[in-house]
Design a protein around this ligand. Structure first.
Ligand SMILES: *[C@@H]1O[C@H](CO)[C@@H](O)[C@H](O)[C@H]1NC(C)=O
Ligand SMILES: *[C@@H]1O[C@H](CO)[C@@H](O)[C@H](O)[C@H]1NC(C)=O
Ligand SMILES: *[C@@H]1O[C@H](CO)[C@@H](O)[C@H](O)[C@H]1NC(C)=O
Length: 377
């Protein structure tokens, strides 16, 4: 794999208090997995990563191979704070040991990107500086959570990151998709539902139109790219004392007044997996659609040629608020844990995906499953 810089994206900071020295360098994937987007913060106009005034550290990254049949590993987590970021030391170690190739953060970033800490320093800046060793090396793919709403149309989330895709000539971090190897990834915003009083219904409708079109197009290439894997912040499905199974019916199925939900598009287009955060626990569901779980006991392999999408909540990376309290599990819930940690998903090939959940508390894997399908399924 040859380091290959396809795009350099210069972020001019107007709203962040940054120095002239380029910092908070991080990378993300472009639409084509063979391209990489490099983003950094600097106060100077047209400032480059290196000038006579100073150079950032030297960073390294690898691009993915071309084609659609190679193994790669994705670290997935949600709800990671700068303070009480319980998983950060383990994430640093895992990155150093090359245990993953890219990162998906399913919302709630830094707590909060736009907030000022007690010492007067912006928390988003502190977070991005601390995690620069990881984010400069592995693509850091993000979606907005409720904590990214800064009441200014997610301005910090919009300006600090640069996810693939454009809408009307502007990048749009709220919803986007990209391909890596045998997988199509997409991120969607649940916050356009959560804050529709503030921003109106238009973002929900625009996202819905984009999503249905994106998933339909993807299905045309299912033979060469069989996996469809999405992520969003708020889960539809969750079982703990704070939420019943149907945690967000408006987001899941919409309402009778023209608000479309996301689940019908997921079911119709046979997505394989959807990652969520928001709840500060790990919870894996049996494949489930319209509140009915398919193969909801551990005897069979519900995850082989699954009849419905699998949802995994992984809001366990660690933050100020306490762990999610559990009552008795819902029958559709296959495994739960409130340990801090993160998921490592390995996409082996067209037929095999493995996932494990690393527990920071116990320093071991606490859940390990295969999601498999027959070739061409
Ligand atoms: C919010 O930002 C998005 C781009 O991320 C833009 O499309 C939308 O028009 C903005 N909405 C408002 C109310 O400013
Ligand atoms: C469990 O599976 C059975 C039989 O497949 C089904 O009738 C039932 O609705 C499922 N339960 C849940 C909670 O999904
Ligand atoms: C796909 O990966 C799995 C897990 O490593 C392996 O058992 C299987 O043989 C692979 N299939 C192909 C066609 O390479």
């Amino acid at each position: 794999m040859i380091p290959f810089l396809a795009l350099i994206f210069l972020l001019i900071s107007k709203i962040f208090c940054a120095s002239v020295f380029p910092e908070q360098v991080h990378i993300s994937l472009g639409e084509d997995a063979a391209a990489m987007v490099v983003t950094w913060v600097t106060f100077e106009k047209n400032y480059k990563v290196g000038t006579s005034d100073g150079w950032s550290k030297q960073f390294q990254f690898k691009t993915f191979p071309a084609g659609n049949n190679f193994k790669f590993r994705v670290c997935v987590f949600g709800d990671l704070g700068y303070h009480f970021g319980n998983s950060i030391p383990d994430l640093m170690k895992a990155a150093k040991n090359d245990l993953f190739d890219m990162i998906i953060h399913v919302g709630d970033i830094a707590y909060d990107l736009h907030k000022t800490d007690d010492d007067g320093v912006n928390i988003g800046d502190k977070y991005m500086r601390e995690l620069e060793p990881i984010f400069s090396r592995f693509p850091y793919m993000v979606i907005a959570g409720n904590h990214e709403n800064d009441k200014l149309n997610f301005s910090h989330f919009h300006n600090r990151f640069r996810m693939p895709g454009e809408v009307n000539g502007h990048h749009n971090n709220q919803y986007y998709s990209y391909n890596v190897g045998s997988a199509h990834f997409f991120g969607v915003s649940t916050e356009d539902y959560g804050y529709r009083e503030e921003y109106g219904n238009a973002p929900i409708l625009a996202q819905y139109n984009w999503l249905t079109n994106d998933l339909q197009e993807t299905n045309k290439n299912r033979v060469i790219r069989p996996w469809i894997i999405g992520y969003q912040h708020r889960p539809f499905y969750c079982s703990n004392t704070e939420c019943p199974i149907d945690a967000e019916p408006l987001i899941r199925i919409g309402d009778n007044n023209g608000i479309p939900g996301l689940e019908p598009a997921f079911i119709q287009n046979k997505i394989d997996l959807q990652f969520c955060g928001h709840r500060h626990s790990y919870e894996r569901f049996y494949p489930i659609a319209n509140l009915v779980a398919y193969g909801n006991d551990s005897s069979g392999n519900a995850y082989h040629n699954a009849a419905a999408p699998t949802y995994i909540t992984v809001g366990t990376a660690g933050c100020h608020s306490s762990k999610t309290p559990f009552g008795s599990p819902h029958p559709a819930s296959a495994f739960r844990s409130d340990d801090w940690g993160y998921t490592i998903m390995t996409i082996y090939n067209h037929t095999h995906i493995n996932l494990y959940q690393w527990s920071v508390d116990q320093q071991k894997n606490i859940d390990n499953i295969w999601i498999t399908k027959d070739f061409g399924h």
